[in-house]
Design a protein around this ligand. Structure first.
Ligand code: AMP
Length: 283
């Protein structure tokens, strides 16, 4: 059975109020739709931990740059509602852009420092759009727990910082990256890859695992790891490197000497398709 969907703020608030009256805790899973197993794993986590699971399906225009894929981002609402039904979502909030951003909308949220490098460097304004819409969704749904994927590692850090800095009473939970059997991280954008690009896209996870192996074998020079990651992507014929990063998992700043929680992160373009992936390594 597909999950029921509502598109007004009043309707979501009404249903959440009813759930709370029944003594249920509220889980929120924000998505942009085109759902796959990565999203479904977050739904199941929310189902296991909270009493009433709200998924949002909203392609947020403010997080797309002028030359990005907002207008051609996949829209598959009917299939999405089936997946939500199958994986335990109680309610889908699927607002129109004008519901979230009425014509007189004026207020944006920025998480300084964390937003300007890695994905933020090549996507100016992206994390301002993300932070703004996520804070709005927190205020609309008022969840006890909100679920995000480690796939978007920088997004996770920014949202944790946002919730802490602005005293949002929500617990942030992070779900592991769900991958294809061959290791490619699931993404709504993978469908844009042609067969040759799809094969070459394995360079991301292979590069990350190679870096992880070197660290586990004792390498502690962050710049050396970064250089080999970059070289590996640059020798992949159709890959265009956006960034290869070896950073502190908390500050997201480059590490010269590896210690603590290290985030290995990549962003790579194949034609017009930009893919990201990452691994966390504890040193
Ligand atoms: P999106 O619809 O791409 O905005 O993603 C919605 C949520 O699903 C975000 O918190 C993502 O990090 C998460 N997500 C996307 N792909 C994956 C994946 N392969 N594994 C785990 N979580 C994912």
């Amino acid at each position: 059975m597909p999950t029921p969907a509502v598109n007004t703020i009043d309707a979501v608030r009404h249903q959440v109020r009813e759930a709370r009256r029944r003594g249920l805790s509220i889980g929120l899973v924000p998505t942009m739709g085109a759902l796959h197993e990565g999203h479904a794993s977050l739904f199941r986590l929310a189902r296991a931990e909270t009493g009433f699971v709200v998924a949002t399906i909203f392609i947020n225009p403010t997080q797309f740059g002028p030359n990005e894929d907002f207008s051609k981002y996949p829209r598959t609402l009917e299939a999405d509602l089936e997946i939500c039904g199958r994986d335990g979502v109680d309610l889908v909030f699927h607002p129109d852009p004008s519901t979230i951003y009425p014509p007189d909308f004026r207020t944006y949220v920025e998480v300084t420092q964390l937003q300007d490098f890695l994905c933020g460097a090549s996507r100016p304004g992206h994390f301002r759009g993300v932070a703004t819409v996520v804070l709005k969704l927190f205020n609309i749904v008022q969840p006890d727990v909100a679920y995000f994927g480690q796939k978007d590692a920088q997004q996770v850090r920014i949202i944790q910082q946002l919730a802490a800095d602005l005293d949002v009473p929500v617990k942030i939970r992070v779900g592991a990256i769900v991958r294809e059997p061959d290791g490619l991280a699931l993404s709504s954008r993978n469908r844009y890859l042609d067969p040759s690009q799809r094969r070459q896209a394995l360079a991301l996870i292979e590069t990350l695992r190679e870096a992880q192996r070197r660290i586990e074998a004792g390498e502690r020079d962050g710049r050396s790891i970064q250089r080999t990651m970059q070289a590996r992507i640059e020798t992949t014929p159709d890959a265009v490197l956006d960034y290869a990063a070896v950073v502190d998992a908390n500050s997201l700043q480059p590490l010269e000497r590896l210690h603590g929680e290290v985030l290995l992160a990549l962003a790579v373009k194949f034609g017009g398709t930009r893919l990201i992936d990452n691994l966390l390594v504890t040193v």
